[in-house]
Design a protein around this ligand. Sequence first.
Ligand code: FE2
Length: 135
Amino acid sequence: MTLITWMDDFSVNIKEIDNQHRQLIEIVNQLHRAMREGKSSQMINDIINRLIDYTQYHFETEERLMEAYNFPGYVHHKAEHAKLTRQVQEFQRQYRQNPMGLSVQLLNFLKSWVADHILQTDKQYTRFLNNQGVF
Ligand SMILES: [Fe+2]
């Protein structure tokens, strides 16, 4: 059982971003699997680190693109990225303190984080960037 399954609705119609979103979903699913299989907290922490690193890289890609094309929602979107980054870092801190208590909460957060951010916020730049010839 996977936590998040890619669906066509997630597509922002920009190849590089879609690929990164798939990769992001894959890492969240790996985390889910590792937790379900009761892997060591060291291993789980490694996956959370990977998730944070990849998220950083992915957010930078989106921000570079929005900035390059003067997307009007850039500042707002960037602020949302910063907030999500802070939240996931906070979860990591809490996880380190109390690995047992946090798994379900963390996974629920990540699941809605990925899905909601893609569907609600990322989708806002699709039409704008597609109109600029970015696919
Ligand atoms: Fe985004």
